[in-house]
Design a protein around this ligand. Structure first.
Ligand SMILES: C[S@@+](CC[C@H](N)C(=O)[O-])C[C@H]1O[C@@H](n2cnc3c(N)ncnc32)[C@H](O)[C@@H]1O
Length: 245
């Protein structure tokens, strides 16, 4: 039976279907360490590494790397937050960056990432650390380029995470996140409902893209390119030139 519009039942249902988007919700209110371990498992990490060995970067990561390769990368340092198995780091090292720092919230990727780094010969050039960048970003040095690929949508406190990422970007910040359309809201809402029913202790977040860009602007970046795909948009922001004094 369908709940009548405006009834308590329909309000409950629409609350369940609407993607979480509470900027100030603490990370542990919706997503516990157990939830993150379930969402990002070691098996998943090994299968992502196998996929990268066989077929290279997935479509969204390729778009992100292509946007960066249009610029001069020679000698640049990279900071990737939530980089998973580190495929983007390897591709950007091949493209000429000098070194990378990889920050991950969960340790489950470390074995798969270490194997990929060994195989690529770049193991000396990547410093991998496990920490919550929104909470402990102060321990991480800034870099010329900062990348967050499909990370903003996995963290409830977008302003703190995006703000810290922007503060660390000396030249460029690239982020990918879902665009805001009825179908992305619907897909994320259905996914979150399934996660709640399965008591998975993990949620996805559709932070309004305009709000994400606004946070980056407040931290001194200007939007350079917005590459909009069917579900994901990839946004490149640059450090605004300092105003002449
Ligand atoms: C959907 S996965 C994306 C992984 C990879 N970037 C990709 O696109 O394949 C999101 C990743 O972001 C990480 N993450 C989320 N919030 C984070 C934070 N505050 N600090 C560090 N890593 C974070 C999660 O651990 C997870 O590995």
């Amino acid at each position: 039976m369908q709940a009548a519009p405006g009834s308590a039942g329909s309000r409950r249902l629409s609350r369940r279907l609407s993607p979480a988007s509470h900027d100030n919700e603490g990370p542990m209110d919706c997503c516990t360490p157990k939830g993150y371990r379930w969402a990002f498992s070691e098996r998943g990490a090994q299968s992502q590494a196998r996929r990268y060995r066989r077929r290279g970067l997935d479509a969204v990561s390729s778009r992100l790397v292509r946007l960066l390769r249009e610029r001069s990368l020679e000698g640049c340092s990279l900071l990737e937050v939530g980089g998973g198995v580190g495929a983007i780091q390897i591709e950007l090292l091949k493209a000429g960056i000098s070194s990378a720092v990889s920050i991950e919230l969960t340790p489950i990727y470390e074995a798969a990432a270490a194997a990929l780094l060994r195989e690529s010969g770049f193991d000396d050039l990547v410093d991998r650390r496990v920490l919550d960048f929104a909470q402990a970003g102060g321990q991480v040095p800034p870099a010329d380029i900062v990348v967050l690929n499909r990370v903003i949508c996995c963290y409830p406190d977008m302003p703190t995470l995006a703000g810290a990422a922007a503060d660390h970007a000396r030249r460029i910040l690239v982020m990918s996140f879902p665009k805001e359309r009825w179908w992305t809201r619907f897909a994320v809402g259905i996914g979150n409902l399934a996660l709640r029913i399965g008591r998975r202790e993990f949620q996805m977040f559709l932070h309004p893209p305009e709000r994400v860009l606004e946070v980056a602007r407040q931290h001194g970046l200007i939007t350079a390119v917005i590459d909009v795909g069917n579900f994901w948009q990839v946004v490149t922001l640059e450090r605004a030139p300092a105003a002449a004094g």
